[in-house]
Design a protein around this ligand. Structure first.
Ligand code: ADP
Ligand code: ZN
Ligand code: ZN
Length: 739
């Protein structure tokens, strides 16, 4: 047998594949791309993925290491997944091993077998008749009834209902059921609901989406909150299901509520699988396997669900496409939205992006004709869009941060037994704690940031690095006892509103009160109970939820986002304001939104309130074009951080010099390459975080290819730099956050 090596992708930053020796006598054709193997790498034992075999290698034979174990006989990842992995690796400039790791569930990443997804189940025997006189006792009969309703049950489901192993064995002895290790079937709902009759706009959107032939096409469904986008998705995806294809539905982290899932399950009679951060590793693997073997026909999931294998995928729907949770903020900083588009293109299937407030990137693509542009401008059913009022608080007396006319309005709504939502995007009691005598401020020792005061339990907390300390009784600087909480967080607002409206129940929703799913569900239940109520919430409450009784929304601190140093600041502020506003008047009662501001004549804020998001977005696009910012140019950000200020900066200076000489070379060889614009290195807005100094270098280019051409050499260059082992760096392609 001729000599050969197996080439594998190892989950390490080095962007190349590694050669390993198969065991003696193993035929070359037992190795297939996509199989997992165990390898020794440095001092570590890692799970890697086979990409091929070769008859030559650069590694001296004596230094070749043996492959330890093959974990799959059939490839775990198929050719199309490997191709997508290659795209990810190329576009985000990471190693193939690192991106393939994203595509594999944690249990399998650690070397586990697919069988770990199986569960002991009981199946009705095909030969069993419904009538079985030999059953003794009510319990056995009840058990048999279940198998008449549904032929397969997971063991744990039955024991949860109080049935015992002995009862199950008895039915098995009678030849009625048998046991098997199998993949549980994804849940379906027993309740069915009919499609709603669509209004004209919805019908038109649906007709445009339902194309006769399955092929790649991206559509942007731009519809105001409550316009019935979800209803359009639900009716559209039925066509795909009828064609025998699977559907992938991606939602933001915060949007995957029981309400959403229920709504999907009640409309389709196919199994629906879920993937979200609340699953444990085994549940995640099960959902992954259910999609891979086709038993799940719909997958609803958050960001990472975009990698789930679905061999019969026929449609991708991505709701709230502007949401920043679609962009991963560590490791491989991929955008699930952008990747979903690539995936749809590869599979040659349609993709629908939906939003009330589309990102300027997607809007630009729709306006330029790259995406089909569908609009829903009216609320569905009887609901009317809320009226929006900008209320100037300049030189106005405020009670607990609220202006008198706003309080009077709130009172009216509460008197009518309605709910009022007060939005303040800051949790804790107060964002600042200061000494009145000497001006001392409670600061985080590890970050360039102030500590937030919390009251229950009382402590000072850094929201950036999690540092915590007790609340001082005396100023550490001048020993005065006149230290004071400044500003207003959700906790404080709750205290204060309970003084202003003592008879009104208050529900506060933020990361402290909604610590887990259970606590969150309990809060939602309160909100859905009848009667007047004040809701206080951060953006947790702003997204994805349907609160029929809310008729007034108050936005307390919209100003914070108006003057952000981030070029996307205004876009994100507008999106958030409209998301919150969208909670008002979603049922039969009209709603109103009051936005308190010091800048009531802010032109863009007025454009948003008077002419709507679309008008503002067009203005912002014009501004972006003038400033040559995305989507009119392409951006990457190189970030570095180190315990000493100068090291991170030094590395980025070297990177800058390298890039300058590289683009000079490029220009010398070709006139077509547009110049690369480099900004920085400059310190991040919060330069020190968790004890590390942060620097960044921004790269901008008119052409995507021009930008990407320098990124690979840049990453290689950075890997080669010596003396910077204390510096952590990463490259962020299409960064969402530029602060
Ligand atoms: P969006 O996803 O755009 O926010 P939804 O699809 O959630 O909107 O619809 C908002 C509300 O309007 C829901 O309660 C939904 O049941 C209702 N709705 C949607 N379409 C219709 C329709 N054609 N007729 C009546 N009610 C509708
Ligand atoms: Zn002091
Ligand atoms: Zn901190």
């Amino acid at each position: 047998m001729p000599f050969y090596v197996v080439q594998v992708a190892v989950p390490v930053p080095l962007r190349r594949c590694f050669d390993y020796l198969p065991s003696a006598g193993e035929p070359e054709d037992t190795w297939k791309p996509g199989q997992r193997v165990r390898v020794n790498f440095g001092q570590q034992l890692l799970t890697a993925v086979v990409v091929g075999t070769a008859h030559t290698t650069d590694v001296p034979t004596a230094r070749l290491k043996p492959l330890l174990e093959r974990l799959d006989d059939a490839p775990l990842l198929d050719a199309s997944q490997l191709a997508l992995g290659r795209w990810l690796a190329r576009y985000y400039h990471h190693s193939l091993g690192e991106v393939l790791e994203l595509m594999i569930p944690a249990l399998l990443r650690r070397g586990g077998a697919l069988q770990e997804a199986l569960e002991q189940s009981w199946l009705r025997c095909p030969t069993a008749h419904d009538e079985t006189p030999s059953l003794r006792g009510k319990q056995q009969q009840a058990l048999w009834q279940l198998f008449q309703q549904r032929p397969v049950w997971v063991h744990a489901e039955l024991t949860a209902q109080g049935f015992t192993l002995a009862q199950l064995r008895r039915l098995a002895q009678l030849g009625l059921i048998e046991t098997q290790q199998r993949l549980p079937i994804p849940a379906t709902s027993l309740r069915r609901r009919d499609d709603l009759p669509l209004n004209d706009e919805q019908q038109q959107a649906l007709t445009q989406l339902n194309q006769p032939r399955q092929q790649f096409r991206a559509s942007l469904l731009e519809g105001i909150t409550g316009s019935g986008k979800t209803e359009v998705y639900l009716q559209h995806l039925k066509q795909t299901l009828q064609q025998g294809r699977q559907v992938l539905v991606l939602v933001p982290e915060i949007g995957l509520t029981p309400q959403t899932v229920q709504r999907f399950r009640e409309r389709v009679d196919v199994p629906v699988a879920l993937i979200h951060s609340g699953l444990n590793d085994r549940e995640r693997l099960q959902a992954w396997c259910q999609c891979r073997d086709g038993s799940a026909r719909i997958l609803i999931g958050t960001r990472s669900a975009v990698f789930t294998p679905m061999p019969e995928l026929g449609l991708i729907i991505l709701d709230e496409e502007h949401d920043s949770s679609f962009k991963q903020q560590d490791g491989v900083r991929y955008s699930a939205r952008d990747f979903a588009l690539v995936r749809a293109k590869q599979a040659n299937i349609p993709i629908v992006l939906g939003s009330a407030t589309p990102s300027l990137e997607s809007l630009h693509n729709a306006l330029s004709g790259r995406y089909q542009h569908l609009k829903l401008t009216q609320r569905a059913g009887q609901a009317k869009p809320p009226g929006m009022t900008l209320h100037s608080i300049l030189h106005q007396p405020l009670t607990f941060g609220l202006a008198q006319p706003v309080i009077a309005k709130m009172q009216q709504h509460l008197d009518a037994d309605r709910q009022v939502l007060v939005f303040v995007n800051r949790r804790g009691y107060a964002p600042l704690m200061a000494c009145q005598e000497c001006g001392w401020l409670a600061e985080c020792p590890r970050c360039d940031a102030r500590l937030t005061l919390h009251q229950s339990p009382a402590h000072l907390h850094c929201h950036h690095c999690d540092f915590q300390q007790a609340v001082p009784r005396f100023c550490p600087n001048c020993h005065s006892d006149k230290i004071q909480a400044l500003g207003q967080g959700t906790e404080r607002l709750q205290d204060e509103l309970s003084m202003l409206f003592p008879q009104v129940p208050i529900t506060r929703v933020d990361r402290d009160t909604a610590r887990n799913k259970h606590a969150f569900d309990a809060l939602l239940e309160d909100i859905h109970s009848p009667g007047k109520r004040l809701l206080i919430g951060t953006q947790m409450l702003a997204k994805g939820h349907h609160f029929p009784a809310v008729t007034m929304v108050v936005v307390l601190d919209a100003d914070a986002g108006l003057f952000s140093a981030d070029f996307r600041g205004m876009e994100h502020t507008a999106q958030l304001i409209l998301q919150v506003a969208g909670r008002a008047g979603r049922a039969e009662h009209p709603g109103e939104v009051w936005i308190q501001t010091l800048y009531a004549d802010h032109p863009q804020l007025n454009l948003l309130i008077n002419d709507g998001y679309h008008a503002l977005a067009l203005a912002l696009l014009q501004e972006r074009q003038q400033r040559q910012l995305p989507p009119y140019s392409h951006m990457a950000m190189l970030r570095a951080e180190s315990p000493q200020r100068h090291l991170a900066e030094q590395l980025l200076q070297l990177a800058r010099q390298f890039l300058q000489s590289l683009s000079a070379q490029h220009r010398a060889h070709s006139t077509s390459i547009t110049p690369l614009v480099l900004v920085g290195p400059f310190p991040a807005i919060m330069e020190r975080r968790a004890g590390r100094f942060r620097q960044q270098l921004q790269l901008l280019s008119d052409e995507r290819t021009g930008l990407h051409a320098v990124l690979d050499p840049l990453v290689d260059f950075l890997h080669q730099q010596k003396g910077f082992h204390q510096v952590r760096w990463h490259l962020d392609v299409d960064p969402q956050d530029t602060l």
